[in-house]
Design a protein around this ligand. Structure first.
Ligand SMILES: [Zn+2]
Length: 206
């Protein structure tokens, strides 16, 4: 019995050894995979999704530069949001008056974009260049940071479509005008309250 037990125990010992080696190798592979996955993450994380990395020390960069998150229902009264807060005061005041009137007509004016930082505008232009294939085409929809009235706080984009319709029909009562024929959502303060809006420009490139 004694002689038989020894080789058996040695077999167990050997298979145990391979088991340990196997587990160690598997663990190392898992760690390597985790590292490989973790490494590219940091560069893309700042501003990519503020909710994903909600560390309190990091400001919500995406919103600080005027980004309005998809699906956000931002009204002209949400003045804690940089996109609204940094609008020119007279534009904001006109917009708030218009929003109150619109609400009485059962229409809610939502701010889909307002003030934008230069960096934000530059990013939008770069995205548009990628989408439309050239700076010339992109400029029909997105201005350069130097020329954008969003960057200077003098423009606001409004949605949804029924709100745009309402503001196109009634905006001039508050001095608010559609500016570009190809952007029914983009409004600026371009006349006196009750005045007449200037003729539409073809697009932002003109
Ligand atoms: Zn706009």
């Amino acid at each position: 019995m004694h002689h038989m037990a020894n080789p058996a125990r040695r077999d167990v010992g050997r298979s145990g050894y391979f088991l340990v080696v196997g587990i160690t190798v598997a663990a190392l592979l898992l760690i390597l995979m985790a590292c490989a996955r973790a490494t590219p993450a940091p560069p893309s994380s700042p501003g990519a999704d503020p909710s994903a990395d909600g560390s309190p020390s990091e400001p919500p960069g995406a919103e600080e530069d005027g980004t309005v998150p998809d699906g956000a229902r931002l009204t002209p009264f949400d003045t804690e949001h940089p996109a609204v807060a940094n609008l020119e005061p007279w534009l904001l005041a006109a917009l708030q008056q218009a929003a109150e009137e619109a609400r009485e007509d059962g229409v809610e004016l939502l701010v889909t974009s307002g003030w934008r930082s230069e960096e934000h505008q530059r990013r939008l232009l770069e995205e548009a260049i990628e989408e439309y294939g050239s700076l010339e085409r992109a400029r029909e929809f997105v201005n350069t940071p130097e020329r954008s009235t969003h960057v200077s706080g003098e423009a606001v984009d409004i949605g949804p479509t029924d709100a745009d319709d309402w503001l196109i029909r009634n905006g001039s009562r508050y001095g608010l005008c559609q500016v570009y024929a190809n952007e029914m959502w983009h409004f600026e303060l371009l006349t006196e309250p009750g005045g007449t809006c200037p003729p539409l420009r073809e697009d932002a490139a003109g």
